[in-house]
Design a protein around this ligand. Sequence first.
Ligand code: SF4
Length: 476
Amino acid sequence: MLEGIAKLTPPLNVLDHVSHDADRLRIVAEFKRLDDLWRLDADFRAAYRLDPEKTLSDTGLNIEPEAFHLYINPAETEKLLCDIREGRRGEDALPKSLLLYHRALWERKQRHKQMREVHLVPDEPRLRTWRARQDRRLRLQLGRGTADSMIKPPLAFELSEGCSVGCPFCGIAAKGLRGIFRYTEENAAVWRETLSRLHALLGGAAGYGICYYATEPLDNPDYEKFLDDWYAEFGLVPLTTTAASVRDLERTRALLRLNDEKGHYFYRLSILSPAMRDTLLAAFTPEELLRAILLPQFREAPGNVFTKAGRNRDENRKDAVGSTISCVNGFVVNMQEKTVRLETPFVSDCEHPTGEWFLEKCAFTTASDLEKQIRRMIVRYMPETLDLKRPCGASCDFRLEGKDGKVGVSARGGSMILLQNSMEQAALDTLQDALRERRYTGRELLNLLPEGTDTMMNFLLLNLLWYQGLVDQTAE
Ligand code: SF4
């Protein structure tokens, strides 16, 4: 670790309010197990509908039937919560187990927000500005709720090339496993130097990166050794998402323990079939899976939603706009292939079938060369302010229209924002068409607008569009 760089403070443990009390911890863990069954097991749901009390009692979990009934009927719970908030009823109107579980879920949401707004913000100012602009663009494309629910680190490492799992729904269409970056003496030295250099360049946000992307982390037999170095550099182990949790249950158990002791407030296990669900739930106690978000990734699961991207994109509807599972808003470094790519999440469409916008991919040779390439891309793609001398292009398909004395901007399949500006529709159309052509500098764009339009307002509008991540510029 470079001198002078402090270790990270992990986001507060999401279960702080119960972790000191074994009884409360058990209640939250058992409630979560019921929640997992509800989202993952259609048979459990069907049996519950026929006979709730017997079905709950058969699980052996000690949660009051009334509490679970309220949980799966949020309108009833909300009404009770409203009564409590407004003083018509006391807190005992809600069962204690439900209150504790709601609090745990609420805390997880707060930690997500804290991660997004504090921990993932890089020190490097141009990267910081660029990421914030891409976030705004994504909010317009996906809607604020969906865009903000994604954790988008500025940095990801792939410790293998391709993925052995081959999910038919893979939203980033990962190719098959072709090579693994083993923890040899030479590779370990490159790895440690890489972490140290990127820590110095991006600051603490680098430590909130991930060590997988279009890869399965557990394909690498040395994954945990790389995590040890990460911990030595940053003081916490990175978030893991794996679809191979039942391949070696003892390896998974050790990884979960490592995460609980030194990692984040959550990690994710993709559940790919009913058999995988049953194996996992039989092998681990509710307490062991307390911080595990179980992703229902098979059709029969009641909570399943496959994202329309990558291999799951609707190829019959070429014009369809889907969503994205891509989560890196910055650099993806493949240590095996020795490449780095700059990319950001995008709605999946014909041009971006995997829901990713790739700005550049290039090779590197050493850790110092990697740093050099990343610095070069930052200069090339991430101006800190709109540069009127550079060509401007529309970063996505959006429409400008005059609305109530303001300018409305809407993206295909997404939402609308209103900008404090006004312009005639003909001028807005001219601006929009010229941005699509991507060949005019900012100054030329302003000159293209019809005579009589207010130059200052035009300049302001162009800046607002740039700020929203809807106009991008690349240095030559
Ligand atoms: S979804 Fe994940 S585990 Fe499945 S093929 Fe894609 S990268 Fe691999």
